[in-house]
Ligand binder design. Sequence first.
Ligand code: GDD
Ligand code: MG
Length: 346
Amino acid sequence: MIRQAILLVGGRGTRMWPLTDTVPKGLLPVAGVPFIELQFRLLAEVGVEEVILAIGTSHESAWRTYAEGTTSPVVHLAVEQSKLDTAGPLVAVRDQLDDRFLVLNGDVVLEGSLGQFVEDAPDLPAVLSLVGVEDTSAYGVVVTNDLGKVERFIEKPPPGTAPTNAVNAGMYLMSRSVFDAYDEGALSFEQTVFPSLVEQGLLGGVKIDGVWLDIGTPPLYLQTHRDVAAGNSRLVNMEPAHHGIGANVAGDLDGNWNFIGPGAVVEEGARVRESIVLAGATIRSGSVVEDSIVGWNAVVENARISDTTVIGAGAVVGEGCELTAAVRIGPGSSLSARSVTFEPPS
Ligand code: GDD
Ligand code: MG
């Protein structure tokens, strides 16, 4: 059993702006469940009771409120005043670390068996979970030998140059002794710690199978909901036409899935297709919302929204507006009637 995990959630989540203006990426809801809770569900399978969240100063208060309201696992915050990169946060909290613990990147969940991973891990100070992918260019590529020892770690090799399709899945089983060699400050697992462990023959790698859930960009956030609604996740469930508590849906929900958050309203005569309408948002009669995300408490008057458009929290999209081409509307903005359109008035 492993008692402790450290989650790296220090990124600003800019690719998910405007939703991440107030809510950290790790707390964005997936089918109504904060993303981080999917990781907690996975960690509970190997007995993790304590989680240290390594955060930056942006979103500190949102994380603090969340941590205070969470009892299982017990959540502690490690707040960094300057960016410490991926391994620096571990050096900063090394006095609080158990002999053995898990480290998770905070922006992806690989739904493989953590129990199997821990069981199969070779007896080395650091062991990476690995997954096979088609396009390796956004990942750390990992070459292992027959005994599960890592022979090469290559972070984001240029397309077409990777020697294997096994990549770092962002979950590590580690010993505290790994950090004895380093001083406090910024430190990268991928650029410094892993290559050094490879040189000393101290890094292991274990392949695991499972669905990847990634909420790093608006298309991936939509894709994650599509996967969950199709029943592909074992960590979270969603009805294909999900209505949150108190949602009022009189309009049409089209396509294979829709997520309508708690207290959201889809008026009669409105149409929503394969979209996420977050808590408290209102889609007024006559509107069409397709492949898009409507933020908390936003209001869409009689308007058309499509193609991965993201509306920030509390924004108002006036009557007759047409928003498309992955446009992003800032939180609290107000677009007056017919102020954005692709057709001049006739
Ligand atoms: N606390 C803290 N401080 N966290 C950070 C910092 C920091 O300064 N910088 C990055 N992180 C967190 C991010 O929030 C993310 O959860 C994790 O560390 C990894 O950083 P990314 O910026 O998302 O890295 P990546 O996606 O390009 O690549 C990493 O993940 C891939 C798997 O998704 C690497 O570990 C790759 O090797 C790996 O394949
Ligand atoms: Mg990432």
